[in-house]
Design a binder for this molecule. Structure first.
Ligand code: GUN
Length: 283
């Protein structure tokens, strides 16, 4: 029987602290940290994420504005909005919700965001800073995973962390953050041979594959910590992770549920990054 890593409870505790820090910052500077969220088109999942980000900002005292742009917008118009936000003094953080519609060049758009306002840490300057271990912003999902491990006093130092998934948003930065905390890190992906042989060596296994119930009991070592970054829908349309929770939970020592595990931490880390951005810009 695994202990459940409760992302909702941890997130509430961390948000309380961020709320106090925002309030202190506002008292000391007379300024309110500000976030601009840009969403293009009508992807329903993105709309939910953006709504939740906006609501969470309000709850901790961060000003936020949502820019909803039609699917038909062209690249120049989107870049012009980013330029405007880059020079807007009341905006400390800018987030362009991904994915963007196919006709827009995601890389070009992310490159246009001022790295000092890049609260997603997707800009190559911030990615580079993460590589050398000297960063202001951490990408929200991997940072949320690290915060959960810290909260539950799960040590990474000297331990074998195996990550399934090599995306720029999760897998790669997750590896860097774990490496910084002295873990021995292995990244697996869709071309990895003998995947289960490797995942079975993990003291801490992070699943970021994007496939419902992909990780089965025979891929997990007895007593491992299992972190599920996936958010999928199963055949019945029910929300589920990348880990087959019912199979894996009896053999893990700690496990994150979906929903209620890593998910709630992601927005919390965005709030933290926005406050960090404001502190740096008003320094
Ligand atoms: N789409 C899914 N996750 C994210 C995220 O963390 N940031 C942005 N900007 N878009 C996303």
């Amino acid at each position: 029987m695994a202990k459940i890593i409760d992302g909702k409870m941890t997130s509430t505790a961390v948000r309380e602290k961020i709320k106090r820090d925002v309030s202190k910052f506002t008292e000391e500077t007379g300024k309110t940290p500000g976030l601009a969220v840009v969403i293009v088109g009508e992807n329903p999942a993105s709309q939910v994420y953006v709504r939740n980000k906006h609501k969470a900002c309000g709850e901790v005292g961060i000003y936020s504005e949502v820019h909803e742009l039609p699917e038909s917008i062209n690249e120049d118009e989107l870049l012009a909005l980013i330029d405007k936000l880059n020079s807007d003094k009341k905006i400390n953080g800018i987030l362009v919700q991904l994915p963007l519609p196919k006709h827009l060049d995601e890389e070009k758009v992310l490159l246009r965001i001022d790295p000092n306002k890049d609260v997603d840490a997707f800009h190559p300057v911030n990615v580079g800073k993460i590589m050398i271990g000297n960063f202001s912003f951490l990408p929200c999902t991997p940072a949320g995973v690290m915060e959960l491990l810290k909260h539950y006093e799960i040590n990474t130092s000297g331990r074998h962390c195996v990550i399934i998934g090599r995306s720029n948003i999760v897998g790669k930065p997750q590896a860097m953050l774990m490496l910084k905390e002295n873990a021995t890190v292995t990244i697996c992906h869709s071309k990895t041979e003998n995947l289960a042989d490797i995942t079975k060596q993990a003291d801490i296994l992070v699943a970021a594959v994007g496939r419902a119930n992909f990780v089965k009991a025979d891929m997990v070592k007895e007593g491992a910590t299992v972190i599920d970054v996936g958010i999928n829908r199963n055949a019945e349309g029910k929300l589920c992770g990348d880990v087959d929770f019912n199979e894996v939970e009896p053999i893990a020592s700690y496990i994150t549920p979906v929903p209620g595990g890593v998910g709630p931490m992601t927005i919390t880390m965005l709030l933290k990054n926005t406050l960090t951005a404001a502190k740096e810009q008003y320094k």
